[in-house]
Every structure is written in C-alpha cells, then in structure tokens.
Design a protein. Structure first.
Length: 239
C-alpha cells in the first residue's frame, strides 16, 4: 500500500509552507512569539500535524483568561494555524502544539463525524458535534469538566441560552435551524434576545472548523416557541 498523500513529512512541510506564505514570511523565525519557537513538525496520521516548540516557551505571555491553562493556550495556537490554512486544506483534521519535553500539549480539531453532506440529518448532527467541541475548547477549563454533553455545560452555566439547544436541523445544504428549549435563561442576565445571542456565535464556532464547502451559510435560531427568532448569515459575520 502506498503512502498516504495527507500524511508524512512532505505533507507536514507543505502545511507549514502554506502557513508561512499566507503570513508573508520566509522562515518560522519570522512568526511572532511564541510561534517563532517552533523547532520541528511531523504528521503521525493522515490529516494530523504535530508541531513542537522549544522548552523555553513561557506560558501566559499571550492574553488569556485567568482560568485558562497551558493546554488552552496551545490549542489556541492550533486554531490560529487553522484560520490560516484550514479552509484551503480540507484534508487537515487536527493541529497539535506541544513543547519538546512533552509536558504540555493542546490540540485543535475539526471534530468531523464523517457525515455525508447530502444527508441533511447526518450533516446537522455533525455541525452540532463541531459546535459542542468548540464550546468545550472555550469552557472546559472554566467549568472544570470535559463538555461531552450539553447537560455538562448547562450545569456550569445554567442561565446561558446556549445551554438549551434542543434541536438542530438542516433544511438545505449550508443551512441550520436551531431550536432552544425554555429555561432559566428567560428574563435572565443577558441583555439581548436569546436568538440573537446564539445565532451568530454558534455559526462562527462551527465555521472555525470548516473547510471550503463545509461552512454554515445561514443559521436560524427559534426560541420561546418561535416568538424569539433570528437568522445569521455567514456573509454578514465574516470579513
């Protein structure tokens, strides 16, 4: 069996080259700190790239919340690379940044489920999975738990409308309709309708992981039995 074109050193090198070209630099030393501490990279499996940083990296120099960890910081670095090369690299599944000594690592992943994009139910389910993965990236450290189910997030932030996603459907390719269940968020601490609060934010979190042709173009949120409704369009939310 031949080598997989989406793994191996040559493929990993090509992703780093793409990232440098998109950033307008000729060497990884041209990246800002701590990205300029990159010492090597490899692809241990198809679609995966591991990037190693010099052990001199000092955590906390990037702006992060007080509750965030070294893992969060490294995962964010993976997200930054995704933002540069991910849309044009549909084969790229995950980016892991780690210190050379192996003491710290963080992985940003697309969280795909292998859904057939023509299968509306499966595609909607995949978008929900990608959204929940993004929520875990953001709130795992704050909540002190792996957010593998929405109920875990709800326990942590019971007044957040995002915690009451009840149904995610896809009426057409690129479109999602999200229904929110009633809950403590009603008349709660947020100073905007739940539908507006959730629609754009949910779309952006999903699209962080999406390649060309996989993005959500239109996301409608229905709350309060349809009395609170908002539709977010990708073209209005992305530059």
């Amino acid at each position: 069996m031949g080598a997989n074109a989406n793994s191996g050193q040559a493929w990993a090198d090509s992703k780093i080259e793409m990232w440098k070209e998109n950033s307008g630099i000729k060497s990884t030393k041209g990246f800002l700190y701590p990205y300029n501490l990159m010492t090597s990279w490899e692809s241990p499996a198809p679609g995966a790239i591991n990037i190693f940083l010099d052990n001199s990296m000092k955590f906390g120099t990037q702006m992060r919340e007080s509750y965030e960890t070294n893992e969060d910081e490294l995962r964010m670095m993976g997200r930054i690379m995704f933002e540069s090369v991910g849309e044009a690299s549909p084969e790229l599944e995950s980016v892991t940044f780690a210190t050379e000594d192996g003491n710290n690592s963080g992985t940003f992943t697309r969280a795909r489920t292998g859904a057939d994009p023509e299968d509306r139910k499966a595609w909607a389910s995949e978008k929900y999975t990608q959204w929940l993965s993004a929520m875990n990236d953001t709130y795992k450290s704050l909540c002190g738990a792996e957010i593998t189910e929405l109920e875990i997030y709800r326990t942590c932030l019971p007044a957040d409308p995002h915690a009451y996603v009840e149904k995610v459907e896809s009426p057409a390719l690129g479109e999602l309709v999200v229904t929110l269940a009633d809950g403590p968020w009603i008349d709660g601490e947020y100073d905007m309708p739940a539908s507006i609060f959730v629609s754009g934010n949910m779309m952006l979190k999903i699209n962080e992981r999406a390649a060309t042709g996989e993005k959500v173009e239109k996301l409608t949120v229905l709350a309060r039995n349809g009395d609170d409704t908002d539709t977010a369009l990708r073209k209005d939310w992305e530059m």
